[in-house]
Design a protein around this ligand. Sequence first.
Ligand SMILES: C=C1C[C@]23C[C@H]1CC[C@H]2[C@]1(C)CCC[C@@](C)(C(=O)O)[C@H]1[C@@H]3C(=O)O
Ligand SMILES: O=C(O)CCC(=O)C(=O)O
Ligand SMILES: [Fe+2]
Length: 382
Amino acid sequence: MTLPPDSYDPPHQANETKIEQEKQLTLVFDASVLQYQSHIPSQFIWPDHERPCLDSPELVTPPIDLGSFLDGDLSAVSEASQLVNEACRKDGFFLVVNHGVDSQLVAKAHEHMDLFFGMKLSEKQRAQRKIGDSFGYSSSFTGRFSSKLPWKETLSFRYLADEHRSCSNIVEEYFSNVMGEDFREFGKVYQEYCKAMNTLSLMILELLGVSLGVDRGYFREFFQGNDSIMRLNYYPPCQNPDLTFGTGPHCDPTSLTILHQDQVGGFQVWVDGSWRSINPDPQAFVVNIGDTFMALSNCKFKSCLHRAVVNKKTARKSLAFFLSPNMQKVVKPPEILVDPENPRKFPDFTWPSFLEFTQKDYRADMKTLENFKTWLEQKKDY
Ligand SMILES: C=C1C[C@]23C[C@H]1CC[C@H]2[C@]1(C)CCC[C@@](C)(C(=O)O)[C@H]1[C@@H]3C(=O)O
Ligand SMILES: O=C(O)CCC(=O)C(=O)O
Ligand SMILES: [Fe+2]
């Protein structure tokens, strides 16, 4: 069994987003070169007591059937909301099936990842993510962190829900601008995928609202015009998968994450004091509660602690849609979730300030929200 997260919680100053420490790096993460080395570079080696368990026991968790929720069958709504309530209070995640997302669209989104990540490093770097930005291509985070590097490449982009239809092709435009006209079709695939994720998120928000005893439409309304992040995660095979992570243990700072992993496997969640594997199911999405939703629920729901491991033989892919509020929205729980026995757990904040904290001040881990709270309170004192 792995040590519980608190026992390897790094002291605040050891959390490495401090910009000073990020400058010295020259390491290049190019899987087509690194695969010929017998060992992974030291920057990817995690300390002894934080290493992964590659064969964590599987957690079998019955998925929530959204089909009957959508049909409006009252007993199905009540059953689904009860299951979601239990899951979110305890571990902060659940699986959904019959979600209405076209399986061919999901397959296309996975296939197009191969097209992008299969290109030469210099080609991918046309979309290079700059330090402090949250969008673009990043080969590991070699320019950003200096230790405990993740064995992954990511491509992240913005999705703004088109309330007024003025930005209905933001993803398509992003790719044609950054990568050239040849990437317009590529952009269209992810535009469509993000649209499907937005629709699914709004439906899940209704379910979360019902399960918290808030109006069904409350969170759907709150996330109108959401300013979300779509991320393609690509994990090349790794010669020492027992020494590193694809993505280290963390809670997502965002509101909800809708994750689809390919058939390779590697996603793990922290449940009842140990790490458990969630085996891939092509029909299912994993829904994780993120820190921002935890704050919105006044901590009734828990942010899900999770991580991803890599393996020796097969590249692994996952698609993550990080639902985030519109930049103008103030994150605070609805009144019904606050009373003298349940006082406010977090001060008001806006998503851009929290996002900036994770991009400039703090490397997101399992304590991001708590440290953000301390940071906000310190700022107030000045
Ligand atoms: C706002 C974000 C920061 C991260 C990407 C999105 C949502 C999740 C965050 C992240 C995945 C948490 C683990 C660490 C991180 C650095 C990563 O491994 O990718 C985080 C992302 C980031 O800061 O880029
Ligand atoms: O790839 C995975 O399975 C998980 C990725 C993840 O946690 C993330 O991108 O935030
Ligand atoms: Fe995550």
